[in-house]
Ligand binder design. Structure first.
Ligand code: NAP
Length: 241
């Protein structure tokens, strides 16, 4: 009998992350609902369980070293391994935002969550992922992270972004380096572009639903052994870096 896939989704209490958790759960995964606020986390877990999903709460603030280590310990105790890690938690900071108005503290906060938070979580979860037969890491990126698109004048990326877009470009660069490190191992790591999704992040101005936005991350989280690694994808396929 196949073992149940153990997944962790950060920022899973709402928005795209919640729908990634719901989608992975519907595929039969046991899903850790990673969220920093206890009430929001438990509400999401209850809602997922009511829908028949094997969900459990994982307290995690991706900016907190000790908290992330405790999250790894919780999964160690519960499952002894991790098969799927979706680094979805993220913040926008100001949007749009001219680089000339960015403050060091503002930039630091966005990078701390969107980049350093992802590295912190991956490195804490790696020992558990290495115990999986089919480890998959998905980082939530964005079309605005693509330097190729950012330097295409006709691409509509929603305005200038002094901190958020560069933070996701940084995240893309980090993913490429992880993919090199993981070459020759079973670990696949890819980045997802969910599209322009109506969530709190953009005041619900996005044009697609969180369930639509979740689709690509779910696909990358469940790649077969001959699937790609070290690339950026949206629903339509590869997005140029
Ligand atoms: P959202 O509804 O605002 O959800 C963001 C999630 O991240 C929330 O669960 C939030 O938790 C969590 N989070 C933020 N900081 C955290 C921290 N330090 N530790 C743990 N969790 C934290 O936004 P969303 O649109 O679903 O965004 C999800 C991801 O998709 C983000 O990485 C975002 O950059 C990316 N993305 C979104 C769009 C879009 O159009 N919406 C497009 C491209 C990429 P709280 O509830 O506690 O704040």
């Amino acid at each position: 009998m196949n073992e149940q896939t153990i997944a962790l989704v950060t920022g899973a209490n709402k928005g795209i992350g919640y729908e990634i958790a719901a989608g992975l759960g519907a595929l039969g995964c046991s899903v850790g609902v990673g969220a920093r606020d206890e009430r929001r986390r438990e509400d999401a877990v209850a809602k997922l369980r009511a829908a028949g999903i094997d969900a459990f709460g994982v307290p995690i603030d991706v900016t907190d070293d000790a908290g992330v280590a405790m999250a790894a310990e919780l999964i160690e105790q519960r499952a002894g391994r991790l098969d799927v890690l979706v680094n979805n938690a993220g913040i926008a900071g100001a949007w749009p935002q001219e680089p000339s108005t960015v403050t060091p503290d503002g930039l630091r906060a966005v990078v701390e969550t969107n980049v350093i938070g992802v590295v912190r979580v991956i490195n804490a979860m790696l020992p558990l992922l290495r115990r999986s037969a089919r480890p998959r890491i998905v980082n939530q990126s964005s079309h605005v992270a693509s330097l190729a698109l950012q330097t295409t004048p006709e691409a509509d990326l929603g305005g200038v972004s002094g901190a958020y877009a560069p933070s996701k470009t940084f995240l893309n660069a980090v993913t490429i380096q992880y993919a090199k490190e993981f070459g020759g191992t079973a670990i696949k790591i890819n980045n997802a572009c969910p599209g322009y999704v109506a969530t709190d992040l953009n005041g619900f101005h996005g044009t697609s639903t969180p369930a639509d936005g979740a689709r690509i991350a779910i696909r990358l989280a469940t790649l077969p052994d001959d699937g790609p690694t070290g690339a950026l994808f949206d629903d339509a396929g590869i997005v140029p870096w």
